[in-house]
Ligand binder design. Sequence first.
Ligand code: 2RA
Length: 350
Amino acid sequence: KLPTLAVVGATGAVGTVMLEILSTRQNVWGEIRLIASARSAGKLLTVRGEQVPVVALSAEAFDGVDVAMFDVPDEVSAEWGPVAAARGAVVVDNSGAFRMDTDVPLVVPEVNPAAARQRPRGIIANPNCTTLSMIVAMGALHAEYGLTKLVVASYQAASGAGQAGIDTLRDQLTKVSSTPNLGTAPGDLRRAVGDLGPFPAPLALNVVPWAGSLKDAGWSSEELKVRNESRKILGLPDLKVSATCVRVPVITTHSLVVHATFEREITADQARAVLRDAPGIVLCDDPANGEFPTPNDVVGTDPTWVGRIRQSMDEPNELELFVCGDNLRKGAALNTAQIAELIAAELTVG
Ligand code: 2RA
């Protein structure tokens, strides 16, 4: 019998992409049960070409479930993940609730698939979308050249802040396109756009050097996630990591500029050779012909796209590169589905 999958948070921005992904990947699931808040119960959603009714989140909703994927706020995962695990489901959680729990593996199937087998709490965590948008590329390079330091700047899309982020950016773009000359005087966007939604400053025609909440010494939660999660996934607890997270007026697909330091000398051609063969990576690096990834060319695709690879002019063991990854797919739903498929294979083999 094929395993039963539950999708918890089926109606959100990531949940919607998840249903699309489950409809197009190889079908390894028997029943797919859709679970959401009581407010969405009874709603019909399409998955694998069939209309499936949403059931309300409850302990009983997990009866008979083998794998439960969660895409809900941290506090909902913190409460309900252990409930699903106690009912016998392996939980794959995309919130921040368990990522740094030492008894919960943080898994990227291209980088550390074996970690998924050690799950004393019955819970596996999915990394944050910003970490995920670069970590497949960094994992491949680390395996060959030994990473010692990462300095990154993110260019994060509005959908990282969920449907509210998408709606806010679209609404602001409508407003700014109907008012001439906006973006030319200090503060004119703030006055024109009104509601800032989940962002601390206007996003249309702007960039906002902030994502997440304020933590110690001026760092944002998002910047600390990039640091802590990269260390855990790569198994490098002392990796030096500095991140600056910036929101840009893109609907979906996060980009990052990465400055990476390795144990050994690495040329741009050597890095390209590694990335060309790495699973989950598309190398797009031919600036002479105008080829480099942009979020708009990458959105809706599964891989991590890498371009603009250069060896540092000052240090032969340092590289600059530009990566793009769809934050709703590899950054969230796809990686969650890939982890769930690892568990499905484990359960099917027995
Ligand atoms: C963001 N990384 O882009 C967050 C969402 N998980 O806001």
